[in-house]
Design a binder for this molecule. Structure first.
Ligand SMILES: [Fe+2]
Ligand SMILES: [Fe+2]
Length: 134
């Protein structure tokens, strides 16, 4: 069984966004499994690299919708995206300088799933749906 199984609770009901969130849950599970058997630095580096791409693609998608739909919580939401991106970049730097970053990356992801996706992302669903996005 996966460490963090995908569940209905995580769904925002917008297909492209859910697909990207699913990918992030998979990365979290992969990182968790890697840490269970001892930190494999190569895989940790791959996960961090992939997370950098994710932050670009996924946050742009959400923020673009916020702009188009006049979402009132845009500033606060974007600030969380920016903080996450900065943390991922600093973990990647840690990793590249030879310091362990896997445990912190896993903590960051767990916190992100439970706080950002389950609360902050879910908060835009009603606004999006009211504006015809689903
Ligand atoms: Fe978000
Ligand atoms: Fe999101």
């Amino acid at each position: 069984m996966a460490f963090w199984p995908w569940s209905k609770e995580l769904e925002v009901g917008i297909e492209e966004i859910d697909q990207q969130h699913r990918w992030l849950v998979e990365q979290t599970n992969q990182l968790h499994d890697v840490m269970q058997v001892g930190a494999d630095e190569e895989t940790i580096g791959e996960v961090l690299d992939a997370l950098v791409d994710y932050t670009m693609n996924h946050f742009i998608l959400e923020e673009d919708l916020f702009n188009r739909l006049g979402y009132p919580e845009t500033e606060a939401h974007k600030a969380e995206h920016d903080a996450f991106t900065a943390k991922v970049m600093s973990l990647l730097e840690r990793h590249e300088s030879g310091e362990p970053a896997g445990a912190q990356a896993l903590d960051l992801l767990k916190d992100w799933l439970s706080h950002h996706i389950l609360k902050v992302d879910k908060a835009y669903v009603e606004h999006f749906k009211a504006h015809g996005i689903n």
